[in-house]
Write a protein that binds this ligand. Structure first.
Ligand code: B3K
Ligand code: ZN
Length: 874
């Protein structure tokens, strides 16, 4: 295949004004009749429509059936040379949903007998349903008729407003839907089968009555309430924060267990992976409750950022995804503790996006080329994209950003836009030129910022010298400086904020300011600084960079104790922990970081006013992947062992406090309440239990076994099970057996049972994973199950996957080969577990290289997997 390039974009030669679709639905064979009203934009281009694997039954132009020589269907493209401006093309095709294991286009979720039909079209699934110019800049108005047997398919749903329903002959019925809003084909959706729903009446701020309906299979209908509440909160928030109202009479959300990703924002008919919609304290952890709220919000927010204003082409993906992740983050921060949300988001960025940006799969937020677009739904496009929007929003201030967004919506509503359009609207509304930020979208790699401070006692000035550089990434050997806003404050040695008098800046005397580093090297001079200060830099993580500063361990300890910026307080602890870990790694005992880290956390542990959830995060050192950031010759097993040693030091420092705090937290009551204090307590209890198990295993295991048995909900139960399994406690087997039996019929709970075992650290994990493949509940056809077992092992268990003998790698390669034949998207995603391979120590690196090359050389790989392998090996 040749890659698709951003530079080659040309506007669509043909558009479609209206689409009329009729589906005759059945499990094995469906027929789809399409009427496309065509608009010719380029007099010289013949009509060419995308179509993948379609069985063409009939074709007519302007009501006249076409003869064999009047059309051509080859290489996923239908050509109809006779089409003119204003023509109506009619096609009828047959689809086989039950055979569709790629879960793209129209497919079956669940069993042939009871399951339901549904669609997934983003990015290019619509071409597997009918012939169409399947690109996001072709917006059309859709009307859809669904026809099916009423007994087998009692519920028929499509996006848009309901426009009639009723009986047909032979026990069949129909339902019709019309969407007045023009939209791209990737937002098309239908659902048909046995489903139940919970509903609520909602009235938008501008007075539109809307029916909100959450749909699931009957056994999960009692799990829909939380999502319904979350949806209502999201709709209100978007009205208040952005003045955006919902625009149809109904809003459907459907849960499925068979889904390639998290959820999909189809216009008026969101479809969700059940994992991100269905909630019940017995199977849903606190973390998952928060994730459900976030994803429900995210998909809803797409109605404006993505659906009403869509993307011109798939290179602009971050225009909708980065922006919508940012909006989702704001929504969650508004509902919960903002500093905690920021900590979680940055931790996620460092765990997923930084490694991506530092490896062979690195790509810009707006990639310049791709082969399989599904491979670009990445942490870079989503999470780094959100950081870029945050950076720009910070530059404009809350009111300025809102002004800019209002202009963006007004200007581009009902159209397909680019990232340039977005920056232009934000800039124009504020009289600013934001074009320099475009470089952030084009340049891959995480910038490194080095900060050096110098205090001049005589002049009483403090000079902050900043430098930036971005390491080379594939295809981009040379990097240029980017505009990097650095939010900062200065502390005196007692931990008090100092007033800032920055040369050339307006707001003298404030205790926080933002400097913008936009050259390779710049200095900023602060005057009237009475004592040598300790800088707090990159507060609230004001730019997605890696900061290195010549702090003494005592400086970091001071920030950890005093910084009122909750994020930077946590960050100071992370930096101390990282340095302590590095000292352990290098066998240096002259480094005070470990002592400072432990001592500071012991003080925090006893700080009555500290939010328990924040304390739990403070007590967590950077993860195994984060710790190796920037390292080469990585031995993931050693990383794990050293990190555990670090935790052991902390556990020993906290000593008996761990047991007593654990008992204190347990004594509050075995409640299953979901309010923030209850969640925060459980979060701290989980962390304390894990640390306690390092110090006094026997006592902690006994407590964990009891917690497991008595847990009122999944959060406590899973926390206890995790400690027992990961520490190989004698009580682990019984708890696992209990869990398996207790949740035998519950897919979402069983996924946790698979995952917790696949994440058991060390060499034993692989045998466990293999044994679990023989469990009757394991199937390669279900993406959630594949991710729970293989994904948790390959992505979530570095010390288990990276066995020195390479057995983990060989295992994954074999599984990828099998999975690719069924579901290329999920296989390609799983293959990204090899992303860090070039930074492994030579022994492992050689094994991986050979295995990757072997797989890449195989014939019949999907283009998804082939692209990932090619980039890994490039
Ligand atoms: N837009 C979808 C993702 C589609 C992925 C296609 N391979 C979910 C989201 O970001 O909201
Ligand atoms: Zn999204």
């Amino acid at each position: 295949d040749t890659p698709i390039r951003l530079a080659d974009y040309t506007p669509p030669p043909w558009r479609v004004s209206t689409v009329d679709l009729a589906f005759d639905l059945a499990i094995d064979a469906c027929e789809v009749t399409a009427h496309l009203a065509l608009v010719r934009e380029d007099a010289n281009a013949p009509l060419r429509l995308d179509g993948e694997g379609l069985e063409l039954l009939a074709i007519a132009l302007d009501g006249r059936p076409l003869a064999a020589g009047e059309w051509r269907y080859a290489d996923d493209m239908l050509e109809v040379p006779g089409a003119r401006d204003g023509s109506v093309l009619e096609t009828r095709v047959r689809l086989r949903p039950a055979d569709n294991t790629a879960l793209e286009g129209l497919y079956l979720s669940g069993s042939r007998e009871r399951g339901f039909l549904l669609t997934q079209c983003e990015a290019q699934g619509f071409r597997r349903i009918t012939f169409f110019p399947d690109r996001p800049d072709v917006l059309a108005c859709y009307s859809v008729t669904l026809r099916a047997d009423r007994a087998r398919f009692p519920v028929l749903l499509a996006g848009g407003n309901p426009a009639g329903a009723g009986d047909l002959d032979d026990g069949r019925h129909f339902a019709r839907f019309v969407d007045p809003h023009p939209r791209p084909s990737y937002l098309f959706a239908l659902v048909a089968g046995h489903l139940e729903h919970r509903e609520r009446d909602y009235v938008t701020a501008d007075g539109r009555p809307v029916k909100l309906k959450i749909w699931s299979e009957a056994d999960a209908i009692d799990r829909c309430g939380f999502a319904l509440d979350a949806l209502e909160r999201a709709m209100r928030w978007d009205e208040q924060a952005y003045g955006r109202n919902y625009d149809l009479d109904v809003f459907h959300v459907v849960a499925t267990h068979d889904f390639n990703m998290g959820a999909m924002e189809n216009k008026g008919l969101n479809i969700f992976n059940a994992k991100y919609l269905l909630a019940d304290p017995a199977v849903t952890t606190d973390d998952e409750y928060r994730a459900i709220e976030a994803v429900v919000g995210h998909e809803y927010f797409h109605n404006w950022t993505g659906n009403r204003v869509t993307c011109r082409d798939w290179f602009q993906l971050s225009l909708k995804e980065g922006l919508t992740v940012f909006r989702e983050q704001q929504f969650i921060a508004a509902l919960h503790v903002p500093a905690l949300k920021r900590i979680e988001d940055v931790a996620l960025l460092r765990r997923t996006q930084f490694p991506e940006d530092a490896g062979p799969l690195a790509h810009p937020v707006r990639p310049a080329e791709y082969r399989a677009i599904d491979n670009f739904y990445t942490a870079t496009v989503y999470e780094k994209g959100a950081e870029l929007v945050r950076m720009i929003a910070g530059r404009l201030g809350a009111a300025g950003f809102r002004r800019g967004m209002d202009l963006y919506f007004a200007r581009h509503d009902g159209r397909a836009a680019t990232i340039e359009d977005f920056l232009a609207a934000l800039g124009e509304a504020n009289g600013l030129d934001l074009a320099p930020y475009l470089a952030w979208y084009a340049q891959a790699g995480t910038p490194r910022v080095t900060a050096r401070g110098e205090y001049d006692e005589v002049a009483r000035s403090y000079t902050l010298q900043l430098r930036q550089s971005t390491p080379p990434t594939p295809g981009q050997p040379e990097k240029r400086p980017l505009p990097i806003p650095l939010k900062l404050a200065l502390f005196d040695r007692e931990g008090r904020l100092l007033p800032l008098h920055l040369d050339g800046a307006a707001s003298a005397g404030a205790t926080e300011c933002v400097v913008v580093l936009d050259e390779a090297e710049q200095s900023f001079v602060f005057r009237q600084v009475e004592t040598p200060p300790v800088p707090s830099l990159l507060r609230d993580f004001s730019a997605p960079v890696i900061l290195a500063c010549d702090y003494a361990p005592a400086d970091l300890a001071l920030l950890l104790a005093h910084d009122p910026d909750g994020f930077n307080r946590w960050e100071a602890g992370q930096q101390l922990a990282r340095r302590a870990w590095q000292a352990l790694r290098d066998g240096r005992d002259d480094d005070a970081s470990l002592a400072h880290w432990c001592a500071a956390l012991r003080r925090s542990f006893d700080e009555a006013s500290l939010d328990p959830a924040l304390l739990a995060e403070l007590l967590t050192p950077p993860g195994e992947i984060e710790l190796t950031e920037g390292d080469t010759a990585v031995d993931p097993v050693r990383v794990h062992v050293l990190r555990e040693r670090l935790e052991r030091h902390l556990a020993d420092t906290l000593g008996d406090r761990l047991a007593s705090r654990y008992h204190e937290l347990s004594a509050v009551g075995d409640d299953d309440r979901l309010d923030a204090p209850a969640q925060a307590r459980r979060r701290l209890k989980r962390r304390v239990l894990a640390l306690w198990a390092l110090r006094d295993p026997a006592a902690a295991f006994a407590a964990a076994a009891q917690q497991y048995a008595r847990a009122p909900g999944m959060t406590d139960r899973l926390a206890a099970l995790t400690v027992l399994v990961h520490r190989e406690a004698p009580q682990a087997a019984a708890a696992l057996a209990d869990f398996r039996a207790r949740h035998a019929e519950d897919a979402l709970a069983l996924d946790k049972w698979f995952a917790v075992q696949a994440q058991q650290p060390g060499d034993a994990a692989l045998a466990r994973v293999r044994a679990l493949e023989a469990d009757p509940a394991f199937t390669m056809k279900n993406p959630n199950r594949v991710r729970a077992l293989w994904g948790s092992y390959a992505h979530g268990n570095p010390s288990g996957f990276h066995r020195a003998d390479g057995a983990g790698y060989r295992f994954l390669i074999e599984r990828l080969r099998a999975l690719d034949a069924l579901n290329p998207q999920v296989a390609a995603r799983l293959a990204t577990a090899f992303n860090g391979w070039s930074r492994l120590e030579p022994g492992r690196r050689e094994i991986v290289r050979e295995l990757l090359a072997g797989l890449a050389a195989e014939p019949r790989l999907s283009s998804n997997l082939a692209e990932i392998l090619a980039r890994l090996l490039a």
